[in-house]
Write a protein that binds this ligand. Structure first.
Ligand code: ADP
Ligand code: ADP
Length: 229
């Protein structure tokens, strides 16, 4: 499950100022699509449309053949996880921050911490003692650690479709590389849309589209784009 298609998708925030024009994308279930391009090209907008933040001006988006405009918002959003660039965390424990997105504040704290620990243990390959710090309160986390929490929070709902919207762009390159490495394993078998600034961070994507001013100007594998570029 998780075959995503954009069919002739057009969208603008304001009438008369199109942001995306006649966009065609086909992301087979379980594959990774990378969207790269300059700032303002419309990459985040594309991601928000799949999450149905806004209605299209033209065309349609389907998931497994179903027009997302016809799907209940709740089930659509249960199927899609988004990791944004800047994560705002609650001033609380890592466990709470990871579990919050799903069960909300209702879940008993111990259970929340346990769930958080399981997930953060899963994403944390380096023995930083991250999982054991899951119940600590008032943590000062680095940018990289915050993004790991954001990723763990998103993974807790085990979404068949994962959107990484510049999830690692703000980090230093070493931290970025470490997280990308972890993510590669997580993306396997999951439909993933990676929004990125640089081609060098999406080497493993099954297909890459280059978006400029709301249009696809290039498309191919990393190798194809390097040969053309
Ligand atoms: P990218 O992710 O490629 O940097 P965005 O999708 O964020 O591009 O933005 C594409 C265009 O849409 C930009 O011109 C931006 O100013 C505009 N835009 C983004 N969000 C909004 C919004 N909420 N309201 C109006 N215009 C917006
Ligand atoms: P960096 O950010 O370190 O400059 P990039 O990942 O942006 O690295 O680029 C890596 C290589 O891909 C460079 O050789 C560059 O010329 C090429 N390249 C970058 N952007 C594009 C693009 N939009 N289309 C084709 N080739 C590109």
């Amino acid at each position: 499950a998780g075959h995503v298609r954009f069919e002739g998708v057009s969208f603008g925030y304001d009438a008369g100022r199109p942001i995306l024009r006649d966009l065609e994308l086909d992301v087979p279930a379980g594959s990774t699509l990378a969207v790269v391009g300059p700032s303002g090209a419309g990459k985040s907008t594309l991601a928000r449309l799949l999450y149905r933040f806004y209605d299209l001006t033209g065309g349609r988006i389907t998931v497994d053949g179903q027009d997302i405009a016809q799907v209940r918002q709740a089930s659509l959003r249960a199927a899609i996880g988004i990791v944004p660039q800047d994560t705002v965390l609650f001033n609380d424990t890592i466990g709470y921050n990871i579990a919050y997105g799903r069960e909300g504040a209702e879940m008993p704290e111990v259970e929340m911490a346990a769930k958080g620990a399981a997930i953060s243990g899963f994403i944390e390959r380096q023995p930083l003692g991250y999982a054991t710090r899951v119940g600590e309160r008032g943590l000062k986390l680095s940018g990289g650690e915050k993004q790991r929490v954001a990723i763990a929070r998103t993974l807790l709902k085990n979404p068949p479709i994962l959107i990484l919207d510049e999830a690692t762009s703000a980090l230093d390159s070493r931290t970025e590389a470490e997280i990308l490495d972890t993510l590669e394993a997580i993306e396997r078998g999951r439909t993933t849309i990676v929004i990125a600034h640089r081609l060098s961070t999406v080497v493993h994507a099954d297909q890459i589209v280059v978006l400029e001013a709301g249009r696809i100007v290039e498309k191919g594998t990393h190798g194809d784009l390097l040969r053309q570029g």
